[in-house]
Design a protein around this ligand. Structure first.
Ligand code: PHE
Length: 358
């Protein structure tokens, strides 16, 4: 029996010495595994006499059960210790502020669209929209640009395909947001006070031109609206947008849909190659505008003897470039994540006038 006592003592010591669950498992295999020492001893029982077998077998079973119990107890103890160790090293302070997750940024064009919408909304303008694939009539005829008018050539228009044999004028990708003036007036009549931000398309591509870009149209029709109102609205807008007073300069111009027409420049200066808006004695052209032509009002179902007003069209991308110092328009549409992270805006940074949109 001393051999069995030695065996028991050997494995109970090994169990006590096992420092982790892997070492304990090695002890278990060595003792109780298929080829373990106890298991091999069990096999020896087959060759014994019945008497020997019953005494030795019973004693061996007791030793086996004790080792097994010690192994299980130690396994629970090691498990608890491992959990304690993990709990000591892996902890989370739920009172720490949340870390911002990189969910992407707001594109400068979207940001500026939101900004200018907030500013015009504050002046009582509603937002109107129209389709980007536009009929020839809305994009040109209704705006006093009949088929042979030279202004059609200036627009570098993209035309849609018509089915073979269909000789109606093709639809176009709208070349400006002005067709939304017509849609809004036909829809709502007068008086009206709207802006129409959106995508427009022209076949042109260089550092300051992209075949797709963004404009915002403004339209105000009332009983006694004049160029003075236009000038006030635009100066209010530029001051809110750039966060400081910005002088404007109106230059006589020509658009078929306005009479008189004016191109509007804003005050700027160049210091060490840096453009500064609202300073100095330089001028930067930013939009086209004028008093809505009576023919346009008539085409849109508004009586020009009763109503009049102004319209303007401004490039949104250009405003973003001027405000945020972005030199190349093409980068706006390249979807380069590094560019977006550099110029982009936090998703929660919603422009509102109370804090100043700038
Ligand atoms: N539609 C003109 C353009 O795209 C801008 C404009 C709009 C001019 C409204 C006058 C009035 O150039």
């Amino acid at each position: 029996m001393t051999a069995l006592d030695d065996l028991k003592a050997k494995y109970l010591t090994a169990v006590a010495d096992a420092g982790d669950e892997a070492a304990l498992e090695a002890v278990r295999l060595e003792a109780l595994g298929k080829k373990g020492e106890i298991s091999l001893k069990m096999r020896e029982l087959g060759g014994m006499s019945p008497e020997e077998r019953s005494t030795f077998g019973a004693a061996l079973n007791v030793v086996k059960d004790e080792i097994d119990a010690a192994l299980r107890a130690k396994k629970v103890a090691l498990g608890d210790a491992a959990l304690d160790a993990r709990l000591r090293t892996e902890w989370l302070d739920v009172t720490l502020p949340a870390r911002p997750r990189p969910v992407g940024t707001i594109h400068p064009v979207s940001q500026v669209t939101e900004e200018l919408t907030a500013i015009f909304a504050d002046m009582g303008f509603a937002v109107a929209e129209g389709p980007q694939v536009e009929s020839d009539w809305y994009n040109f005829d209704a705006l006093n640009i009949p088929p042979e008018h030279p202004a059609r050539q200036e627009h570098d228009t993209f035309f849609m395909n018509r089915a073979d044999g269909d000789d109606r004028p093709p639809h176009v990708l709208r070349t400006h947001t002005s067709p939304v003036q017509i849609r809004a007036m036909l829809d709502q009549g007068a008086p009206i006070r709207i802006i129409c931000p959106g995508r427009v398309y022209r076949m042109d591509m260089d550092q300051t031109h992209s075949p797709m870009f963004h404009q915002v149209e403004g339209l105000v029709i009332g009983k006694d609206i004049s160029m003075a109102n236009l000038k006030w609205v635009l100066e209010e807008f530029f001051t809110a947008f750039f966060g400081k007073p910005v002088k404007t300069r109106f230059r006589a111009s020509h658009f078929p849909f306005t009479e008189p027409s004016a191109e509007v420049d804003i005050q700027c200066s160049w210091v060490d190659g840096q453009l500064r808006i609202g300073e100095g004695d330089g001028w930067m052209e930013v939009l086209g505008s004028g008093i809505v032509h009576p023919k346009v009002l008539r085409a849109a179902g508004v009586d020009p003897d009763e109503w009049q007003g102004f319209a303007f069209g401004m490039g949104i991308d250009r405003m973003a470039m001027l405000k945020y110092g972005i030199p190349d328009l093409r980068a706006f549409f390249e979807s380069d994540l590094r560019w977006l992270r550099h110029y982009g805006f936090a998703a929660l940074n919603v422009p509102e006038l109370a804090g100043g949109v700038a």
